[in-house]
Ligand binder design. Sequence first.
Ligand code: ATP
Ligand code: MG
Length: 575
Amino acid sequence: MIAAMRYSKLFIPTLRDDPADAEVISHKLLLRAGYIRRVTSGVYDYLPLALRVLRKIEAVIRQELNRSGAQELLMPMVQPCELWEKSGRMEKYGPELLRFKDRHGHDSCLGPTHEEVISDLVARELRSYKQLPMNLYQIQTKFRDEIRPRFGLMRGREFIMKDGYSFHADDACLAAEYDNMFATYCRIFERFGLNFRPVEADCGSIGGNKTHEFHVLAESGEDLIAHCSGCDYAANVEKAVSERSVQAFEAATLQSVDTPNVTSAEDVAALLSLEPSALLKTVVYRVIGGENDATVIAACVRGDDQLQEIKLIHALAADGVEMATDEEVQSIGGVSGFIGPQGLSCKLLLDQSLNEAAGLVAGANKKDAHVTGLDTARDLDAASFADLRETRAGDDCLKCGSAIELSRGIEVGQVFALGTQYTESMEVMFQNQQGKRAVATMGCYGIGVSRLMAAVVEQCNDDSGISWPPELAPFQLGLITMGKSEEVMQASETIYQQLLDAGIDVLWDERKERPGVKFKDAELIGLPMQVVIGDRGLKAGLVEMGLRSGERNEVALTDIVNLVIDQLKTSGSTN
Ligand code: ATP
Ligand code: MG
């Protein structure tokens, strides 16, 4: 007897009310419907229902990856720090890498990702180009000591990831595998029935390489993505490029104007009856890493634009930037609240839309004063220009000219053509066709498995609870028994066994609860299909078959198993 498929035996601790500390819908519903429980910050128990969903997500991922030629392996969670020293990431990765010493004093860490471990493995085993290409993946628990774990499974510290790594003899082969993985990811997310977008993404400080993120569109998403209404252009705003026509303002002489206590771009524009785009906003940062490390710099965008920090970091070839303190602003001759680009003793970067712009208004670096008539070519020497502004809704697409739209997205996966970034430092070498030693080139491919479970719930829910896509539901079917008579229990048991025999994942709700409670629970936990069997129908040889969407039909008891099988086939749920 498979007791665990009887509701009364299954561990499903549902909650009547929304938990107070859950902000996003997936976090609320996964707690309420008895899928997860919090152990500590960013660390969760996956209860039986959640584990069933995770296993189904993993099954789809495995099937598609194996079909695409990737091979599964399993690497350890604990990694020796030596490998991170070797790749040069020990310093760079920062406090997200949880480090500790084992009893022998060896520096170890919990794996947040596995480029080092896999490169080390492949470096030791790779001899010849004949062994290439290879694509190895694992599905494994990762640990990242995130500064702000939140939104339940969406940003955990411990989470499940599928991470894959490919190795190639040359970049053309890597490019082909990148496309193969890109297409595989699209198939996986399509099978989950998700509304998703692959988007061009930022490569981090590596530069030059290619990467796409896969985003599930949802209001709760932490990322902002720009996509074109007319073509397939889509990019994370950290990377998105676009154009907008800005009004050219008339050239004028430079003048000082009094702006007592008026500091924000909008307020200055309103006071002087100007378009916000006539304003030049100046932001001061301290640079981390690169040749400007630890120096203070100033960056300017138009008053109605936002500065995109990732673009600034790239323009500076830095590792990061941090907003300057008041003292740092003063140290370069700036006056907080009235900062402008003139006369600052620091590196000055301007958004490219400000190149040769005239008639601008900017802070005067004097308390309660701005300047008007600023001309970037005439009045600012030694300024450099770069794309620093964040793409806005309504901008023009550079590819086709149509309007750009913005949506929020949850990053559920990323593919990355790394090139030789790790293989060089980790010495992943092989003998090429010409008999010479060469460095392999590498790609990496991740999917956030546990985050994906939350992302699916963000898209698939209604007022009553979760509404799983059939392929991912913890059970394909809920069999609900109404009434307690001997006959109805007997008939339910028979159908239950027949459904199990047919290989269907069925959850039999045989509890001594009121029908209302059972229906509510079935909807809350999100089973896509229900079969309801009650005394009255049974006398007429009928049962009710219903879908989570609300559609219900009375059907003959004798047909039910075949009808369920047909329905599962049409809904694409095949397990
Ligand atoms: P993010 O920008 O959200 O921090 P990332 O770009 O650092 O993610 P990757 O290194 O690309 O993450 O990891 C691969 C996948 O693992 C991500 O696409 C995401 O789906 C998932 N993931 C990353 N961090 C977390 C986390 N803290 N909790 C849950 N899933 C995560
Ligand atoms: Mg990523």
